[in-house]
Design a protein around this ligand. Structure first.
Ligand code: ASP
Length: 394
C-alpha cells in the first residue's frame, strides 16, 4: 500500500516527537539527517526565486497588471499582519500572562542585543548593488527586486527576450522537480529535526512559561484556524480545509524547519501542483510572502513585548501599545524567513517602547517551540494570500 507523502511527513513528526521525549539528548545522532534535509531545501531557494520571479513577472506581462497584483498582495499582507497583531494584543491584555511571572533571567546571546537592522536600512537594502552578491548571500529581498526588474524588461525585448524567458521557465521547472525529489526525503528529515528539537529542549522548560505560551498559541490558532480560513472562504471562494490539506506538506515543513524560506520550494510546489494555482501568481506572491509576510511572527512579537512589560511590572500606556502595534508589524516584515529571526527583531519592538532588552532572556527557553508554530502560520498566511489573489484575478 502506498502511503501519501503528507501522511508520511505527519508520521515523521509524531515519531520524532516521541523519540525526542523518550531519548532526550541521545537524539543527537539523527541530527545530520535533519541538517542534510535543510541544506537541500536551502540549495533550491536562490535559483528558484530567481527563475520563478522572472517567469512570474514575464507571465503577468503588462506592467500595469504587475502593479495591480503587487498592490493587492501588499494590501493583503499588511491587513492580515495587522489583524494578527490586534489578536495578540487583545489576548495578552486580557489574560495578562506576565503578571506575577517569577522567572529567572537567562543570559542573552550577543547577537540579540543588536536588534537587527533599522527599518530605513532594510528598505535601502532592497536595492541590490550587486545582484550576484545578493544571490551568493541568499539575500532574498534584493534578489526579488532584481528579478522583478529583469523579468519586466525581458517582456519588452521581443524575440531575444522570449528566448531568455524560455530559459528561466526551464530553470523554474528544474528547481520544482528537484524540490519534488528532496521532498521524498522529507519524512526522514522532519523526523530528525523534530527528535533533535524536542530531545534538546525537553518538556521541562515549558512549565514556568506555560501561560505565555498558551496565549501565543491561542492567538495563532484564532488567526490561523479562524481569521485566515474565513478570508479564504469569503474573499478566496476556496474551502479552507481542502486547501489546508493540499498545502499540508508545506505546513509540515514550516513547522519542523521553523523557516519560511526553507519551506518556500515546498509551498510553491503544493500551490501549483496540488491546488492548481497559476504559476504567474504563485511565483510572485509566495517568494515575496516568505520574506515579508509573517502574521505569526507579528502576533508573537506583540504578545512577547507585553508579556515582558508585565513581568517587569511596567504599565504600558495606550500610546505604547499603539507603538507596539506598529513596530511589531514592521519587525515582522523585517524578520528574515529563518529560525529565530523574530526573536532578533523583538529588540526593535522593546527598544521602541523603552522596555529592557534583558527581557528577551525570559522567553528564550521556549522560543524554538513557538517559532515552529508561528512559522507555520506565516507560511499558511502566504498560501491563503496566493489563493485569494488568484481568485481576485480570475
Ligand atoms: N522563523 C520564522 C520564519 O521563518 C521567523 C521568526 O523567527 O518568527 O517565518
Amino acid at each position: 500500500m502506498k502511503v501519501k507523502l503528507s501522511t508520511q511527513i505527519f508520521l515523521g513528526i509524531l515519531i520524532g516527537l516521541l523519540a525526542g521525549v523518550l531519548l532526550g539528548e541521545h537524539t543527537s545522532f539523527v541530527r545530520p539527517v535533519g541538517t542534510i534535509f535543510l541544506r537541500l531545501l536551502k540549495m533550491i531557494i536562490v535559483p528558484l526565486i530567481l527563475a520563478s520571479v522572472v517567469t512570474g513577472v514575464a507571465g503577468i506581462g503588462d506592467v500595469r497588471n504587475l502593479g495591480r497584483i503587487g498592490g493587492k498582495t501588499i494590501l493583503y499582507y499588511l491587513t492580515t499582519t495587522g489583524i494578527s497583531v490586534i489578536i495578540g494584543l487583545t489576548l495578552v491584555n486580557l489574560f495578562r500572562p506576565g503578571v506575577g511571572a517569577d522567572i529567572g533571567l537567562s543570559a542573552i546571546p550577543e547577537r540579540l542585543k543588536e536588534g537587527g537592522p533599522s527599518l530605513l536600512d532594510t528598505m535601502l537594502r532592497i536595492v541590490p548593488t550587486n545582484p550576484f552578491q545578493a544571490m551568493a548571500g541568499a539575500d532574498v529581498l534584493p534578489l526579488i527586486a532584481f528579478a522583478l526588474i529583469f523579468g519586466a524588461v525581458l517582456t519588452t525585448l521581443g524575440e531575444k527576450g522570449r528566448t531568455l524567458i524560455g530559459f528561466f521557465e526551464g530553470l523554474n521547472e528544474a528547481m520544482l522537480k528537484i524540490t519534488d525529489l528532496v521532498m521524498r526525503l522529507a519524512p526522514f528529515g522532519v523526523f530528525a529535526l523534530m527528535a533533535d528539537i524536542v530531545g534538546h529542549t525537553g518538556i521541562g522548560v515549558l512549565k514556568p512559561l506555560a501561560k505565555y505560551m498558551a496565549v501565543v498559541l491561542i492567538g495563532l490558532l484564532i488567526h490561523g484556524a479562524g481569521v485566515l480560513p474565513l478570508l479564504l472562504h469569503f474573499a478566496g471562494k476556496t474551502k479552507a480545509f481542502a486547501f489546508a490539506k493540499q498545502m499540508s506538506s508545506a505546513l509540515a515543513t514550516a513547522f519542523t524547519t521553523s523557516s519560511s524560506s526553507a519551506s518556500l520550494p515546498v509551498s510553491m510546489e503544493c500551490a501549483e501542483e496540488n491546488a492548481g494555482l497559476p504559476n504567474r501568481i504563485v511565483s510572485f506572491v509566495l517568494p515575496l510572502g516568505a520574506t515579508i509576510n509573517m502574521d505569526g511572527t507579528a502576533l508573537y512579537e506583540s504578545v512577547a513585548a507585553i508579556f515582558i512589560a508585565q513581568a517587569y511590572g511596567i504599565e504600558l500606556t495606550l500610546g505604547s501599545q499603539v507603538v507596539i502595534f506598529l513596530t511589531a508589524t514592521l519587525a515582522a516584515i523585517g524578520a528574515a524567513g529563518i529560525p529565530g529571526a523574530g526573536l532578533v527583531t523583538m529588540a526593535v519592538v522593546l527598544k521602541a517602547v523603552g522596555l529592557p532588552l534583558e527581557g528577551i532572556g525570559l522567553i528564550l527557553a521556549v522560543d524554538r517551540i513557538l517559532d515552529m508554530c508561528r512559522t507555520t502560520v506565516n507560511v499558511w498566511g502566504d498560501c491563503v494570500g496566493a489563493a485569494i489573489i488568484t481568485r481576485s484575478e480570475a
